[in-house]
Design a protein around this ligand. Structure first.
Ligand code: HEC
Length: 187
């Protein structure tokens, strides 16, 4: 084999290994994102079923969404973390976006606006020692009770008292509600 071929072969091998590493990190991130998304959604649905006014679900989201996020994180390896954020946040104490989050969410938003959006599109961002994996959260009919345009008086009152700075209303079905982000440190 000529030297140049050898170099090419070794380059390709490195590139493939790198691509595989990226892929497994992405898969790992998606797994953690699904753990958090699944845990929250299962509970939310059960509370809405139990009390269709949404008040019980509201108490759950207000009182337990953050605790569940911490519980899911406690199950992950020390090098990994998962969280939710949004462009218009309700719980700005724990869910406020940073500059990278905002950039990624704006990309998703543009894709939705220009009808090029794929709901399964995971975005991966390398940030020094960290890989961030993003999954979009799309507003569904079930979310509108607390994030939509016509929110009942009782829910509005509850939201106002817990989140005076609430920006997470007036969403429409199919719009970007936010993202779940997994952050995985190189290890
Ligand atoms: C019963 C009311 C209620 C319903 C229904 C509801 N949410 Fe929320 N949501 C909340 C509350 C309260 C918070 C703030 C507490 C928290 O979760 O951190 C919140 C926060 C969020 C956040 C975190 C970002 C932020 O703004 O703080 C996301 C993302 C979110 N909701 C998405 C959804 C989606 C998607 C649905 C539908 C599948 C949904 N919500 C349905 C009440 C609700």
């Amino acid at each position: 084999m000529k030297i140049s071929n050898l170099l090419l072969a070794s380059f390709l091998l490195t590139a493939t290994t790198f691509a595989e590493e990226m892929n497994t990190t992405k898969q790992e991130g998606v797994k953690y994102i699904k753990m958090l998304g699944g845990a929250l959604k299962t509970e939310l649905q059960a509370h809405i079923k139990n009390d269709p006014t949404g008040l019980e679900a509201l108490a759950f989201c207000t009182g337990s969404a953050d605790r569940i996020t911490q519980e899911v994180n406690a199950k992950l390896p020390a090098y990994a973390k998962v969280r939710r954020t949004a462009l218009q946040v309700r719980n700005d104490k724990v869910n406020a976006p940073d500059a990278i989050d905002t950039k990624i969410m704006n990309e998703y938003k543009t894709a939705i606006d220009t009808k090029t959006f794929k709901p399964t599109e995971i975005k991966v961002v390398e940030e020094g020692n960290l890989t961030r994996i993003y999954k979009p959260i799309i507003t569904e009919a079930a979310c509108l009770k607390c994030h939509g345009e016509h929110i009942s008086k009782a829910i509005q009152d509850g939201l106002k008292s817990s989140y005076p700075q609430d920006k997470a209303t007036h969403f429409k079905e199919g719009s970007l509600r936010g993202v779940i982000v997994a952050e995985i440190q190189k290890h």
